[in-house]
Design a protein around this ligand. Sequence first.
Ligand SMILES: [Zn+2]
Length: 247
Amino acid sequence: MNRKKFIKTSILSTTALAVLPHLSFSSNQQQFTVDQLIGKGNPDIVGDSYTSKMHKEAKKAFLKMKEAASKEAIQIEIVSAYRSFERQKQIFEGKYNRFTQQGLSPIQAIEKIIEYSTIPGTSRHHWGTDIDIIDSNAPRPESVLLAKHFHGTGPFCKLKDWLTEHANSYGFYEVYTNNANRKGFKYEPWHFSYAPVSKPMLQEYKKLDVQAILKEEKIKGSEHFSEAFIEKYRSENILDINPKLLS
Ligand SMILES: [Zn+2]
């Protein structure tokens, strides 16, 4: 870790702890630091790449699930697993630059980004519990993470059927379900979460002052994160998910 980043991280953590002083002194068995919750460092993450870094408990469960699926000729491949704050910031700002250069206003660009991508510091991928998965035994489309590939005659239908039947028994749940009444992120049939760890993490995450944390970061477009915007984002994008992951 270079010095600049270390100082920046320390400032953020200090601020976040000032907002939520009880977090560091929690006697609760499930204890997570602010840094763990926002993708700034987590000792429980194992693995060495974008597609293998996961929370150690989630990884154990995933490997069992993968093994079971392989017996039915489904080769579960992780497209994306743990993602750091910095990586999410690159993704967010890359899209922000692209969309605003295409002529969208900053607010329009942000609204478009958050159809599928998160604001850095708010991604469930920061927790190491959430994965985007496909079947590498199926013919591979150019863009793999599209809902149509999981329906009709799409290549990942077999995976989807198998997950519908078995994922829950390994602790994995779809997060952004195909429910017309659900707001926030669009339907993502590829995104699964390891509930035994992500449920308590979400409960802790809910206590954070997201706006105060985001203010500390120099994210492009963040001057448009009004209190009303963050409140809507929190209730729709963070909390309007599969109810099985909420409590
Ligand atoms: Zn995802």
